[in-house]
Design a binder for this molecule. Structure first.
Ligand code: TH1
Length: 827
C-alpha cells in the first residue's frame, strides 16, 4: 500500500507538494500545462471539452496539496472517523463548487479570458454526477461538504455507477428515459486506485468446522467473486485547507474468475462473466423511496458495503490495530437501510476472519453502527426475501438469524409471555413471504436510530418502530436535515450572497445563524428594493436559460411559483395541478376576470420512476395542461405553466434562487423531511406548505405570518382515514372542485380525448390515497392569501427577507453538529 521505505525516507517523499501560484499568471500556466501535457493538444486546436477537462484538472491541482496533507494528518491523528455509507451521492457539478472552495472563481475567469475562452461555456460542458435519486442522495452530498468544512474526519463510501439517474426527455408530453452517460466525455474529478482493489464474494454455501480451540465455527464457501475498484473524489472544505475523500466503488471481473472459464475453453462465457460482474455498478436504480427487491440491487448493496468495511479495517486502520477498540476509531452511519447488510458483514469479518467469539464481536458491532431512517411509507421499508438473501449471502443470513434469536430472547426477558410482541419485533417477517426487515436489523444493531425532522422522528418512534422505542427509548433521536449554504446559497445565488455580505459582512457562509443579523434590514425600504432586484436578476438569468434550454418564453413580471421534487403521489403534484386548472377554469368559464388573476408562472420539475405508471400519467397531464394553458390567449400574461425536462442539481441551482413561492404540499405525515423546502427558504422564497416534515420547523422559525400553512394535520389525516374517506363526496359537494375536475375530465387539455386523462381523474375521484381532494379547498384559500401578499411588494419582500434571516438553522453544518453531539460522540 505504501511505496518502498527508501522512498518514504527521501527528503521529497513527504512534500512539499508544489501548488500552482494562485494568480492569473499561475493559473494560465497550469491550465496550458494541463492542456498540452494532460490533454495533449494546443490551445489553438482544443475543443471546448479539452478546455473543460484542462480547467478541471487545473483546479484539482490547487486542491491536491491540501488533500494529501489532510490524508497524512488524518493518518497521524488516529481520530475517530465517520464512515458515511450511502448508496447515493447526488453531487451536482464539481467545477463551480471547487472554484468556490479554493476561492479561485475570479482568478480562473480572468485566466480563461486571457486565454480567449469564455468560462461559462466550459462550465456548461460539465455533466453532473447524478449518482442519486433525490433528497436522500443530495443530503449525503451536503453532509460530506459540511464535514470537510468542519474538519471532521469522514470517508464517504458509495457506488460509482457508470450510469446515474436517467436523463428525462418528453416525447409527446410523456416521459422518456435516456441513459445518463456522465463519464463519456472524461471524468477529471476522479482518481482510480486499482492497487486498492478489493475482492467481494457472493453465493455458495456455509460449512461448520471446529477450530483449533475446539469451537464450532461456520465457514462461508462462496462460489463467485467480483473486484471492487475504488475511485477517489476530493471533498474540499470551504477555504479551510481541508480536503476529505469520497470513495466510490466500481465492480470489475476478477482475473481468477476469467481464468477459470478461459481454461474451460468457453470464451463467450468468459466475456459474459465480465459483463455480469461489471453490471453490479452499471446503473443507479431510479426508484426514489420504493424499492423493488431486485437481486442486482442487493448485490450492489453488499458489494459497496463489503468493499468499504474491508477498506477501512484492512487498509485505513494501522496494520496492528486492536479491533476490540474499533468503536473508538470508527462510526458507521447507515444512510437508510440500503447499507444495512454492513451489520452482518462486520460480524462476519470479526468472527470468521479475525477469530473473535460471537459475544465480543456483537458488542463491538453494536457500538460501531448508527442508522438514519428517511421515510415512513410502508412500501419504502426494505425487506429482502430469505430465499434471495440465503442464495446470495448464505453466511450473512445465518448471522442475521443468530442476531435475531438473541434479540428475541432479550424481548422475551423484557416482556415475559408476550409472544405477539416477539412476532411483531422479529427481524424475520413470516408473511407474505419469509423475509428480513432491514430497518429492524438496523435498529437492533444500531447504537442510535434517527429520523430526519422532528415530526418524522416522532412518527418513527410512535408509528413505525413503537415496540423498539418502548424497549430502548434512549436509542432514538432526531437530527433535522440541512443543506449546504456553499452550493445552495453562495454558488447558486451570488447576487443574494453579495447583498448579504455587503449588509452583515463575511462569515455567514460557515456560520449560517448569522443570517439573523439581516432581520432588522427587513424594515429598510432600500434593502427591500435591493433584495427585490436580486430576485428580478435571478429570474432574468433563469428565463434566459429556459429559453435556450427548453425554448420556453416566460413573462418577466409574474410571480414564480415552483414545485420541484421527485414525482410521487404523496407529494401531490396533482394538487398543484388542480389549483392551476381551477385558476384557468375560473377565467374560461367567465367566473373570474383575467385581470383579477395575480400573474403567475408555475414551474414543475420532476422525474418519475420508470415503472411508476401513475406518476408517469401525472407527468403527461401536467404537460398537457401546460400546453393548453400557455396557448390560450384568455390567460396570456396571467397564467403560464412550464415543465422543463430533466430536473437535476444543475437546474435546481438556477431555479431555486429565482423562485418567489415554494410548493411543499405533501399529505401530512408522508414527507419525512424535505430539503428543497430549506433551499427555497434560504433563497428568499415563501413557502406554501402543509404541516409535514421539516415544514413544521421552517414555519416555527420563520414565523406563522411568513409562511402559508394549509391542510390537515397528521392526526386529522388519521381521523379522516378512520372515518372512511370518500373523495367522490367532496367532488359532489364542492362546486369549484367539481368544475375543476370536470374540465380536466372533459378532455379540454388533451384535444378532446377523455380516455387519456382517465387514469389520473378516476384515481382522484375513487381512491385519492393521498387526499388531495380533502385538502383542495384549504389549498385554494391559502393560495388566495399568497396572491394578496404578493400584491404588495413591500409586504412580500419583508416576509421573504425574514425567511432568509431565520433559516440559518437549516445549514447542514448544524445537522453535522447534531450528529456529532447526539450520535457520533455520544456513548
Ligand atoms: C427522502 C425523503 O423522502 C425526504 O423526505 C427526505 O428529505 C430525504 O430522503 C432526505 O432525508 C428519501 N429518499 C429515499 C430514497 C430511497 C429510499 C428511501 C428514501 S426516503 C431510494
Amino acid at each position: 500500500r505504501i511505496g518502498p521505505s527508501f522512498k518514504a525516507n527521501h527528503p521529497l517523499a513527504s512534500g512539499p507538494v508544489v501548488q500552482p501560484a494562485p494568480t492569473v499568471d499561475g493559473f494560465v500556466e497550469a491550465f496550458l500545462a494541463e492542456l498540452n501535457y494532460g490533454q495533449g493538444v494546443l490551445l489553438s486546436q482544443s475543443t471546448v471539452n479539452d478546455q473543460y477537462l484542462a480547467l478541471a484538472r487545473t483546479v484539482r491541482r490547487y486542491l491536491m496539496a491540501d488533500w494529501l496533507e489532510t490524508g497524512a494528518r488524518r493518518r497521524q491523528a488516529q481520530q475517530k472517523t465517520v464512515a458515511y455509507l450511502s448508496a447515493e451521492y447526488l453531487l451536482g457539478r464539481q467545477l463551480g463548487n471547487n472554484l468556490l472552495a479554493t476561492n479561485l472563481q475570479d482568478v480562473a475567469e480572468e485566466a480563461m479570458r486571457r486565454s480567449g475562452i469564455d468560462i461559462a461555456a466550459l462550465r456548461s460542458q460539465e455533466v453532473e454526477p447524478g449518482l442519486g435519486n433525490g433528497g436522500l442522495g443530495r443530503l449525503a452530498a451536503c453532509f460530506v461538504d459540511s464535514l470537510a468544512t468542519m474538519d471532521v474526519p469522514c470517508i464517504g463510501y458509495g457506488i460509482r455507477y457508470e450510469y446515474g439517474i436517467f436523463r428525462q426527455t418528453f416525447v409527446e408530453d410523456r416521459q422518456v428515459e435516456l441513459p445518463d452517460s456522465w463519464l463519456s466525455l472524461g471524468s477529471p474529478w476522479e482518481f482510480p486506485h486499482p492497487e486498492r482493489q478489493v475482492i467481494v464474494s457472493f453465493g455458495g454455501h456455509t460449512e461448520t468446522t471446529t477450530d483449533d480451540a475446539g469451537v464450532e465455527r461456520s465457514r462461508w464457501i462462496p462460489d463467485w467473486n467480483v473486484l471492487g475498484m475504488p475511485y477517489h473524489y476530493m471533498v474540499p472544505g470551504f477555504r479551510n485547507g481541508v480536503v476529505n475523500t469520497l470513495r466510490l466503488w466500481s465492480a470489475r471481473a476478477t482475473h481468477a474468475f476469467d481464468l477459470q472459464i478461459f481454461n474451460s475453453g468457453d470464451y463467450a462465457q468468459a466475456v459474459r462473466s465480465q459483463t455480469f460482474a461489471e453490471n453490479i455498478s452499471k446503473v443507479l436504480y431510479p426508484e426514489d423511496s420504493t424499492p423493488q427487491g431486485k437481486e442486482l440491487r442487493l448485490q450492489q448493496q453488499y458489494f459497496f458495503v463489503a468493499c468499504s468495511l474491508h477498506d477501512f479495517i484492512d487498509n485505513t486502520l494501522p496494520a496492528d490495530y486492536d479491533l476490540r477498540r474499533l468503536p473508538e476509531r470508527l462510526v458507521v452511519q447507515l444512510n437508510d437501510t440500503h447499507p444495512v447488510i454492513a451489520i452482518p458483514e462486520l460480524m462476519r469479518i470479526l468472527v470468521d476472519r479475525k477469530g473473535f467469539d460471537w459475544d465480543e464481536a456483537w458488542d463491538i458491532t453494536k457500538r460501531c453502527f448508527a442508522y438514519t431512517c428517511h421515510t415512513l411509507l410502508p412500501e419504502a421499508l426494505e425487506v429482502w426475501s430469505v430465499d434471495l438473501l440465503g442464495r446470495l449471502l448464505p453466511r450473512h443470513l445465518e448471522i442475521i438469524y443468530r442476531i435475531n434469536e438473541e434479540f428475541l430472547d432479550e424481548v422475551r426477558e423484557a416482556f415475559p409471555g408476550d409472544e405477539m410482541r416477539v412476532r411483531r419485533m422479529s427481524v424475520i417477517a413470516e408473511h407474505p413471504e419469509r423475509s428480513v426487515r432491514m430497518a429492524y436489523l438496523a435498529t437492533v444493531a444500531g447504537a442510535k436510530v434517527n429520523g430526519v425532522a422532528e415530526l418524522h422522528s416522532q412518527l418513527l418512534r410512535d408509528k413505525v418502530l413503537p415496540d423498539f422505542s418502548q424497549l430502548w427509548p434512549e436509542k432514538f433521536t432526531n437530527v433535522t436535515n440541512g443543506v449546504t449554504p456553499r452550493r445552495f446559497v453562495l454558488l447558486a445565488n451570488r447576487r443574494l450572497s453579495d447583498l448579504v455580505t455587503d449588509t452583515i459582512g463575511e462569515g455567514w457562509v460557515t456560520d449560517l445563524d448569522r443570517l439573523r443579523e439581516l432581520e432588522p434590514h427587513a424594515e429598510d425600504p432600500e434593502f427591500r428594493a435591493a433584495f427585490r432586484q436580486v430576485k428580478a436578476d435571478n429570474k432574468e438569468r433563469l428565463y434566459k436559460l429556459l429559453r435556450v434550454r427548453d425554448g420556453l418564453d416566460l413573462p418577466r413580471e409574474a410571480m414564480l411559483d415552483v414545485m420541484v421534487k421527485r414525482l410521487h403521489e404523496y407529494k401531490r403534484q396533482t394538487l398543484k395541478l388542480l389549483h392551476i386548472v381551477s385558476l384557468y377554469e375560473g377565467v374560461v368559464s367567465g367566473r373570474v376576470a383575467p385581470e383579477d388573476l395575480t400573474p403567475r408562472t408555475v414551474v414543475f420539475g420532476a422525474k418519475a420512476a420508470p415503472g411508476y405508471h401513475m406518476a408517469k400519467e401525472i407527468i403527461f397531464l401536467i404537460n398537457a395542461v401546460a400546453d393548453t394553458v400557455n396557448a390560450d390567449p384568455r390567460v396570456a400574461g396571467r397564467l403560464s405553466v412550464a415543465f422543463p425536462a430533466n430536473y437535476n442539481v444543475t437546474l435546481a441551482e438556477k431555479l431555486i434562487p429565482a423562485a418567489d413561492l415554494s410548493e411543499q404540499i405533501s399529505l401530512a405525515g408522508k414527507e419525512a423531511s424535505g430539503t428543497g423546502n430549506m433551499k427555497f427558504a434560504l433563497n428568499g422564497a415563501l413557502t406554501i406548505g402543509t404541516d409535514d416534515g421539516a415544514n413544521v420547523e421552517i414555519r416555527r422559525l420563520v414565523g406563522d405570518d411568513n409562511f402559508f400553512l394549509f391542510g390537515m394535520t397528521e392526526p386529522e389525516v388519521e381521523t379522516l382515514r378512520g372515518e372512511g374517506y370518500v373523495p367522490a363526496d367532496l367532488y359532489e359537494q364542492d362546486p369549484v372542485l367539481r368544475a375543476t375536475i370536470d374540465l380536466l375530465a372533459s378532455g379540454h387539455f388533451t384535444g378532446g380525448d377523455r380516455q387519456v386523462v382517465a387514469p389520473v381523474v378516476d384515481n382522484l375521484l375513487h381512491q385519492d390515497a393521498f387526499m388531495a381532494l380533502a385538502d383542495f379547498p384549504a389549498y385554494l384559500e391559502a393560495q388566495a392569501r399568497v396572491d394578496a401578499a404578493y400584491a404588495d411588494p413591500d409586504t412580500w419582500s419583508r416576509m421573504a427577507i425574514l425567511n432568509v434571516a431565520r433559516s440559518g438553522f437549516f445549514s447542514s453544518d448544524r445537522s453535522m453538529r447534531d450528529y456529532l453531539e447526539r450520535i457520533w460522540t455520544a456513548r
